[in-house]
Design a protein around this ligand. Sequence first.
Ligand code: ADP
Ligand code: MG
Length: 224
Amino acid sequence: MRPLLEAEGLRHRVGGFGLEVARFQVFPGEILAVLGPSGSGKTTLLRLLSGLLPLQAGRVEGGLRAYLPQNPPLLRRSVLENAAFGLYLKGVPRKEARKRAEALLSRVGLKDKARQPAHLLSGGEAVRLALARTLLVEPEVLLLDEPTASLDPGNTAQIEALLREAAGEGRGVVLATHDLFQARRLAHRVLFLYLGEAVEEAPAERFFQAPKDPRSRAFLEGRL
Ligand code: ADP
Ligand code: MG
């Protein structure tokens, strides 16, 4: 199977920090968890893969990517206008964009809030709106930066269901998280980063049952 996104020879320095990832691939229908404690380079990697951060070395190739930052900014407009915004930018006519946005808001459980100002949404609702807006542009690869970090279990479960659905539609899902339980629930494959180094990459089951690197073991046992 051909990867939807492929990177090679990534090296990136900011201040005293250096990230190095020799090879990175995401396949259709796959949820790949990028694991690592705070400061290990997850956000930097996602931003490099998204194209938001100019590459210092290496190459990234692949299809349409959508990046969901950790605290996605919402416009001071209605929920519906926020959802439709990405389609307006793509030149989709307003009526058609609103129609598609409404359908997606139903899917993320926000149909009843479509006319409300987006800034009145709860944290969980705001993340669902941001995810809806991201899904509307039909990306081949989703790059999600700790989307459920501050959410309650109910909202977390809803977001996780949407990510499974996205993978089920054949998209590639790259999920940065330090939540091991979430990675166990969702991930097919795991990339473990530590201090900017791609320490271990493995099928999720193998990684959780028999991590090979001592740093992976330490992370899984809560010692990093
Ligand atoms: P993670 O998302 O895993 O917490 P990050 O990619 O955000 O890790 O950060 C990795 C390291 O790079 C951290 O030590 C962070 O302080 C540093 N860093 C990230 N961006 C910058 C920047 N623009 N300037 C200086 N240091 C940065
Ligand atoms: Mg981060």
